[in-house]
Design a protein around this ligand. Structure first.
Ligand SMILES: [Zn+2]
Length: 224
């Protein structure tokens, strides 16, 4: 088991570095976190989660903390993320989720503040099937609370990505890499939508076609 956990720690540190390099953690501050990530340790009721406060720019594999499904620390030198209740609520309610990325990126943040949902603009080379129903906004609840955890976990029951009003976004996947991939695509889509809205009214693929894509993916067992 320790090899599995060590591998997972390394994968999480890599995802953290990619998020930092891409700007998914917002301004590159060495003092601010700009989000948090976690992953379920396979076949256990334990989670690896980022420490609170620390920047993604200096995150190391050994920094991640092992917690249980109620946020109690099982192993680690630091305090777990202040958003631990949001992560644990999602894992408790969705057993298929293996990784969670909460991020404070520019364009997702802008749409979350403006109260404008992400709309499904493209398919194929652009965003994936996770975006074919758009991305709704969860109404604001104070960060770090159990209440936010419950609201987010409920809204994520049949989705992989949400914007949080005034507070970035959250994505989930069967692995930490897939959760990151959806987060990265969400920011790309949000930037794309921003440009489209600057020049006119966005056109969308017809709803029936989009929902058929979602249904087909579900039938194949894909995580949508
Ligand atoms: Zn946050």
């Amino acid at each position: 088991m320790s090899k599995i956990i060590d591998d997972l720690r390394g994968r999480m540190a890599k995802v953290g570095k990619l998020m930092w390099d891409e700007g998914l953690t917002g301004k590159k501050s060495i003092y601010l976190a700009g989000g948090n990530i976690s992953a379920r340790i396979p076949d256990t009721d334990s989670i690896l989660i980022k420490p609170t406060g620390g920047s993604f720019g200096s995150l190391k594999a050994e920094d991640f903390i092992v917690i249980d499904m109620n946020g109690r620390v099982l192993k680690g030198d630091f305090k777990p993320s202040s958003e631990t209740p949001m992560h644990t609520a999602v894992y408790r309610s969705r057993h298929d989720v293996g990784g969670i990325v909460h991020f404070h990126s520019l364009y997702c943040g802008v749409f979350g503040i403006a109260g404008i949902e992400l709309i499904p603009l493209t398919y194929g080379g652009g965003p994936g099937v996770q975006f074919m129903r758009g991305v709704p906004i969860v109404p604001w609840v104070r960060a770090g609370t159990n209440e936010l955890g419950e609201v987010v976990a409920t809204a994520l029951q049949d989705r992989s990505i949400l914007l949080l009003e005034f507070h970035g976004a959250i994505s989930v996947g069967p692995t930490i890499e897939q959760a990151y991939h959806v987060a990265s695509k969400a920011e790309e889509l949000a930037e794309f939508q921003w440009h489209v809205m600057c020049i006119g009214k966005p056109n969308m693929i017809p709803e029936s076609a989009r929902l058929a894509m979602v249904e087909a993916a579900r039938k194949k067992g894909e995580f949508v």
